[in-house]
Design a protein around this ligand. Structure first.
Ligand SMILES: [Zn+2]
Length: 281
């Protein structure tokens, strides 16, 4: 099975032979960083994560540090420090934790001074923070992102009252200028994810953890279109080698694979790209 797919796909063959492909840089649109309770990450800090990225040909990682998600006393500071240390390989999402409105106000007030050298957009984790994306406490952040046409990466889980498909539809309609990345693509509710991508031109389906379900990539590519899918891994939770292996074995075309790995990301990052990734000699 693997053998026949590799034979049909020059791109897959290149990944299998070299571990990466020069013609297909990868933009990982969904990462984290740092230690986390109840799990050990062998490569969880920035230098080790970049080592993993190098092995798999991942050019750029957009991430949010675990401290930004779970330690409001530290907030986004560790994300900012990591980007400043590795500015050619990392950009951060500014995490919004609406349980702390004063912190949100501070994060939004300093956002412009850190964009795009540090931040590329905002990150919402509403199922962890237990506040729905439609809640008023998110409103200042949505309005900030909508006014600037920013990327917003939100975790989305099929059926969730915080960030399931019905909630997503309401905010996508309300904030049409946001480039809305559905983290995990409403995991499990693939039909709903397709319907959202078809209904809203500002919605993109981010593939972290989608790789665990056989047939999901093919369905999303065929029905939502590969021009609406984005590569993501949750690094260091999942490994890009696994995601790439699934993509190269999926019954989709090499054109689809190029869209997912880099073309869509390059289009979304647009004019930011030259400031993000210096040209290689
Ligand atoms: Zn995440």
């Amino acid at each position: 099975m693997i053998g026949s797919m590799v034979k049909r796909s020059p791109l897959a063959r290149e990944f299998w032979e070299n571990g990466r492909a020069a013609s297909c840089p990868i933009y990982d649109m969904h990462g984290h960083m740092g230690s986390y309770h109840s799990i050990y990450f062998p490569r969880g800090e920035a230098p080790d994560m970049i080592r993993t990225m190098d092995e798999a040909g991942v050019r750029l990682l957009l991430f949010s540090h675990h401290a930004a998600l779970n330690s409001p006393d530290l907030g986004n500071r560790l994300s900012v420090e990591a980007v400043r240390r590795f500015p050619s390989r990392l950009r951060a999402y500014c995490v919004i934790n609406p349980n702390y409105p004063e912190r949100v106000a501070q994060d939004l007030a300093t956002f412009d001074s850190l964009y795009p050298d540090v931040y590329v957009g905002l990150k919402f984790l509403s199922d962890y923070h237990a506040i729905a994306l439609t809640d008023d406490r998110y409103r200042p952040a949505w309005e900030h992102a909508d006014a600037r046409g920013l990327l917003v990466l939100a975790h989305t889980w099929g059926g969730s009252v915080y960030d399931g498909e019905e909630v997503v539809a309401r905010v996508a309609e309300r904030y049409p200028r946001v480039k809305f990345l559905l983290g995990h693509s409403c995991h499990g509710a693939w039909g709903a994810a397709v319907a959202l991508a078809q209904a809203f031109s500002n919605i993109y389906l981010e593939l972290t953890a989608v790789f665990d379900d056989r047939g999901a990539i093919e369905k999303l590519a065929a029905e939502a279109g590969s021009d609406r899918l984005l590569f993501g891994t949750d690094l260091p939770w999942f490994d890009p080698h696994h995601a790439i292996g699934v993509l190269m074995n999926a019954a989709i075309s090499d054109e689809d694979r190029h869209n997912i790995c880099h073309r869509n990301a390059e289009r979304l990052l647009g004019t930011l790209l030259p400031t993000l990734v210096p040209a290689r000699p």
